[in-house]
Design a protein around this ligand. Structure first.
Ligand code: GTP
Ligand code: MN
Ligand code: MN
Length: 371
């Protein structure tokens, strides 16, 4: 790999959707530091600073060369005073003191631990921290704390679901979902999405899109899949959300809101015998099974391309795609649709390529969307 910027340096876009970002990260020492800072700002509800560090990390991830001096960053977008100060520390001392301080901070460590539980977000974690709770046993021993069903499952399966899911495990789950789907209707289709579609070897969960060719049948399809998994004894947890999709509504460019398609957040039981080479979790392998987090989403067929694009991620790539659409094209994009504010009309798409083309962007492959 090259270690210095080639000359002349091609301009790097401020938008992740105009950069090709593979999983090969030549600037990990910086991006890992930025990620800690972003998370710390997230815990402090400082969305602006959090996003600034995520954007900076994303720019560095896209570079095919390693940054070896501050001078090399001079033409790069999204790097402010604060990010450059952190980079300077990393360049000269091999570490950032600000990051070290955050990592050794009790509040940061506790919030990080609490939010690692399925169903616990920064707000709940903060509430528990303010009550003086510091460990899982503190939480489980506190009778005044009510855990919802999701959090109860999160604690119950903590060991399994905090361990990464391997590609082999994801492919085995695809066979299981495929089987459940085709028992219902042979015409339905299953696609692996999320991080695994971007080529990742490991993930925190496995994401699938399921579709049926008959418009309006997607809610029913999902319920039938859930039923099939339950009858096979594979369903350990299920949070099903019926569709609230309204095709007349304009796309919401804000990324934070989840889409309105029918979906479910599951914890499934995966048998070791079903996975080529065995389970990734060592403990689970001796037990013969492990718990895995699985997300299923079921858009109507005419929204398939938008849903696939949104669920393929990465989050930063999707954020910038929406930001680019709005700021550079006066278009509104979300997981449901693309709307042209100039023409005042919706733009249909049957493939991801159609969406990139509508936006006047070069096509970026899923494995180049690891922004
Ligand atoms: P790992 O699962 O950690 O390997 O990464 P991933 O990229 O698959 O992340 P995740 O499963 O959390 O999310 C998959 C995709 O679902 C993301 O890329 C997002 O596009 C979408 N998604 C997840 N959470 C949200 C959310 O809160 N809002 C929106 N709009 N989309 C989300
Ligand atoms: Mn995922
Ligand atoms: Mn997911």
């Amino acid at each position: 790999a090259t270690v210095s910027p080639p000359t002349p340096v091609a301009t790097v876009s401020q938008y992740a959707c105009q950069r090709r970002t593979t999983l090969e990260n030549h600037n990990k020492i910086f991006t890992e530091a930025f990620e800690v800072l972003a998370e710390s700002y997230e815990f402090n509800m400082n969305e602006g600073q959090c996003l600034a560090f995520r954007r900076a990390a994303s720019v560095l991830k896209s570079l095919p060369w390693a940054v070896l001096s501050l001078g090399a960053t001079q033409d790069l977008p999204c790097l402010g005073q604060h990010t450059k100060k952190v980079m300077e520390e990393v360049l000269y001392y091999g570490r950032s003191f600000e990051v070290d301080n955050i990592l050794s901070d009790e509040r940061f460590q506790t919030l990080k631990l609490f939010t690692s539980v399925f169903g616990v977000g920064p707000k709940t974690a903060e509430k528990w921290y303010c009550r003086g709770l510091r460990s899982f046993s503190d939480i489980l021993a506190d009778r005044s704390i009510h855990l919802n069903r999701m959090q109860q499952s999160g604690f119950l399966h903590y060991g399994d679901i905090s361990r990464a899911v391997s590609k082999a495990e994801a492919l085995s789950l695809r066979n299981i979902i495929d089987g459940a789907v085709h028992a219902i209707t042979p015409a339905a289709a299953v696609a692996l999405t999320g991080g695994f579609r971007r080529g990742k070897e490991f993930g925190h969960d496995v994401d699938f899109i399921v579709t049926t060719p008959e418009l309006g049948k997607e809610d029913r399809l999902l319920l039938n899949i859930i039923d099939g998994l339950k009858r096979q004894g594979l369903l350990l947890y299920c949070d099903y959300q019926a569709s609230t999709f309204d095709m007349a509504k304009l796309p919401n460019h804000r990324f934070k809101a989840m889409d309105n398609f029918s979906k479910c957040f599951l914890i499934l039981r995966l048998e070791s015998s079903q996975v080529e080479g065995g389970l990734h979790s060592v403990e689970g392998d001796s037990r013969g099974w492990r718990a895995v987090r699985v997300d299923l989403v079921s858009p109507p067929l005419d929204r398939y391309a938008f849903a696939l694009m949104g669920w393929t991620g990465s989050r930063q790539f999707q954020r910038d795609l929406r930001r680019f659409a709005r700021a550079e094209r006066r278009m509104l994009l979300d997981n449901h649709a693309l709307y042209d504010k100039n023409k005042k009309e919706f733009l249909a798409a049957s493939t991801e390529k159609d969406i990139f083309a509508h936006l006047g962007l070069e096509y970026i492959e899923p494995w180049q969307r690891n922004a």
